[in-house]
Design a binder for this molecule. Sequence first.
Ligand SMILES: [Zn+2]
Length: 123
Amino acid sequence: MGDFVKETDINYYEIWKRGGANGGDEDYALFRCPNCRTTYLMDYEVDTVFLDADDLARRVSISGSDDSFPCVSCGRPLDSHSIWKALRIEDDTADWRVTWDSIRSSPWAWAVKPNASSDNELV
Ligand SMILES: [Zn+2]
């Protein structure tokens, strides 16, 4: 099913405009806390997670395979191993992946293309 936001749905221009650039080779992806569903943006080219949709200077590095950081909402440790599995869309990672319903009601709603949807590939 196409309920999940794809990397191609992410609005790179808007992220750059808001200060999310990392040197021109960005690869953005979204994931969410499986416990409270708080959404995060990641630039996996530089292993950086953006913690705050309103302040892209707030970042955390998860470059190490054992790295983790506490969810900003519920405090659950979010580990890089699980995040990478979700980004690779492996089995049993649905709780980590961002759906259209959740992105549209999250502070990151601006980070996806306005007309993008799982049913519309024209954008
Ligand atoms: Zn959480």
